[in-house]
Write a protein that binds this ligand. Structure first.
Ligand SMILES: Nc1ncnc2c1ncn2[C@@H]1O[C@H](COP(=O)(O)OP(=O)(O)OP(=O)(O)O)[C@@H](O)[C@H]1O
Length: 236
């Protein structure tokens, strides 16, 4: 299943008892782009990404993927979409009592998207590219924060998602890993497996390593801002 469109029709979302972070939004998300999601602190960037990933359910409206409303789907019905969407939120999501290696292998083995041999080859290649071999048999709590963060990012792409949602990916990474990770994203996009990327970040230097378009989230509404790559200042 190829993801070709993501669309909100009258979508509202709020956390329990709080003001809505997304309010009656009609929005056709730009596809085949790297999208920088910008907003003031606490305006709801993470929440928006979580709704896009199906991790939070809007209280009203339709979230359409390829024209199908996924809001009322059962776990099984949503599964093919979920498998096509990768995400990383902060440091969260790693399984504490498994090694980094297991954390990378488990999604591949659990969902049987590739054979055990292919899974191993894929993870080994990533471990080599990201140079984390020294830590790979440690549990998350026993490795430096930057390695934990890097492993979260690696895990978000290990399934070769078509859509990637990342919340503050560069925070706590360290400069070398930032470059390696951006190179890797470009490689996946060039290969054609990764098409649609949504990144929430305050890190302009990091974002300027990529060619992006912008979505602003402001007072519950989304606004698209086209960015001419020629006009961006690239700080390397
Ligand atoms: N799980 C939650 N339960 C209740 N309220 C939440 C939850 N997560 C976020 N919020 C609240 O929802 C609002 C939006 O939070 P969110 O994290 O989506 O914003 P953000 O723009 O990503 O923030 P930041 O700039 O700090 O990353 C904030 O007021 C926040 O306190």
């Amino acid at each position: 299943m190829k993801i070709e469109s993501l669309k909100f029709e009258g979508v509202s979302f709020s956390h329990d008892g709080q003001d809505p972070v997304i309010q009656n939004v009609e929005f056709d998300f730009p596809m085949n782009e790297i999208i920088w999601v910008k907003a003031e602190e606490g305006a709801g960037k993470s929440s928006l990404l979580q709704v896009l990933g199906g991790l939070q359910i809007p209280q009203s409206g339709q979230y359409l993927i390829n024209g199908e409303n996924v809001v009322d789907m059962s776990f099984e019905e949503f599964l093919p979409y979920r498998l096509a969407i990768g995400y990383s939120f902060d440091y969260g999501g790693l399984i504490n009592n498994r090694t980094l290696y297991d954390n990378l292998m488990l999604p591949l083995l659990y969902h049987k998207v590739v054979s055990q041999q292919e899974a191993k080859e894929r993870v080994d290649e990533m471990v080599s590219i990201f140079d984390i071999g020294k830590f790979i048999n440690e549990r998350p709590a026993h490795v430096p924060g930057r390695i934990r963060k890097l492993t979260c990012l690696m895990r978000s792409v290990v399934m070769r998602p078509q859509v990637l949602l990342m919340d503050d990916p560069s925070v706590g990474l360290g400069q070398d890993s930032v470059y390696t990770f951006v190179d890797y994203l470009h490689k996946l996009r060039k290969e054609g497996s990764l098409n649609h990327v949504f990144i929430s970040s305050y890190d302009e230097k990091f974002m300027n390593l990529m060619s992006y378009q912008i979505i602003h989230l402001d007072e519950g509404q989304l606004y698209f801002q086209a960015v001419d790559p020629e006009k961006r200042v690239v700080h390397l």
